[in-house]
Design a binder for this molecule. Structure first.
Ligand SMILES: Nc1ncnc2c1ncn2[C@@H]1O[C@H](COP(=O)(O)OP(=O)(O)O)[C@@H](O)[C@H]1O
Ligand SMILES: [Mg+2]
Length: 254
């Protein structure tokens, strides 16, 4: 067996400090005003952070910049001290599990089981091991009866769960999720919270409007408004501060 210390990913995992760092990020869609303006923040080891903000405030755009799907006009992003650039994307994506806002963007295999085994098999996990792992995830997510069905036969919430299982199958050490509770009923929102809280992930960044759920899963909140991060604070006091939430377009009782 290859020695752990000769594995470059292992060495990268030993680098202290920021797991994710964003500095001076500015992004505009073509022929539009900037959606992200001079955004800076970082996530340290063990951080679970909520990304909040009204619809259209730029949450999805920010997450897509972080994983290199979009290139900023200004600024820099580092994942574990590796700059996010076109030539580092393959390496960086081995660390990150990213859940799209629309689960349909992520699911493309003929069956649920194949969608979940696709990533690990692509990274060289032997098929039998990938299938065992997928079956356990299907049990965790209550999807076992659907293993051999097409995702087109599932509800929106069930597709969301398949997409999450497919991400977790890769055992990412940084988890970035865009609106993960969309379409899930309260019992599944609770189950998902338990699953996320038990993961050994090094850091999580979760965009959502589900303020109470975020309060259970994350410790800190970044709130986007007007293209800026207008608040970077502990989440519990923020959830009590309805006037501030109202001001940033997030009325808590709605
Ligand atoms: N492909 C696109 N082309 C032009 N503008 C876009 C595109 N996608 C999103 N936008 C605009 O960027 C802003 C931020 O969108 P988005 O990042 O999806 O916000 P959020 O995820 O917070 O709802 C919105 O004003 C939206 O209309
Ligand atoms: Mg969004």
């Amino acid at each position: 067996m290859k020695s752990l210390t000769s594995n470059p990913l292992f060495l990268e995992s030993q680098i202290p400090g920021n797991v994710l760092k964003v500095e001076g990020l500015t992004y505009a869609y073509p022929q539009q005003q900037a959606v992200l303006r001079d955004i800076s923040f970082s996530l340290n080891l063990g951080d679970r952070v909520a990304l909040m903000g009204a619809t259209g405030s730029g949450k999805s755009t920010l997450l897509e910049n972080i994983i290199g799907l979009k290139q900023p006009q200004k600024g820099q992003i580092w994942i574990r001290n590796i700059p996010v650039e076109p030539n580092t994307l393959t390496r960086i994506r081995q660390h990150i599990g990213f859940g799209f806002q629309d689960a349909n963007d992520q699911l493309f295999m003929p069956t649920v089981l194949e969608d979940i085994t696709f990533g690990p098999r692509n990274y060289g996990t032997p098929p039998a091991i990938a299938i065992d792992k997928a079956r356990q995830l299907l049990i965790d997510f209550g999807l076992e009866p659907y293993a051999n069905r097409s995702v087109h036969e599932l509800s929106g919430g069930q597709r969301r769960l398949v997409a999450l299982a497919a991400i977790l199958a890769l055992e990412p050490d940084i988890l970035i999720l865009d609106e993960p509770t969309t379409g899930l009923d309260p019992a599944w929102r609770r189950t998902l919270a338990h699953i996320l809280l038990q993961l050994p992930a090094q850091a999580m960044l979760i965009a959502s409007h589900d303020l109470h759920w975020l309060g259970r899963v994350t410790q800190r909140a970044l709130v986007m408004a007007g293209g800026y991060i207008s608040i970077n604070a502990e989440i519990q006091p923020l959830l009590q501060d309805w006037q501030t939430l109202e001001r940033v377009g997030l009325p808590i009782d709605w």
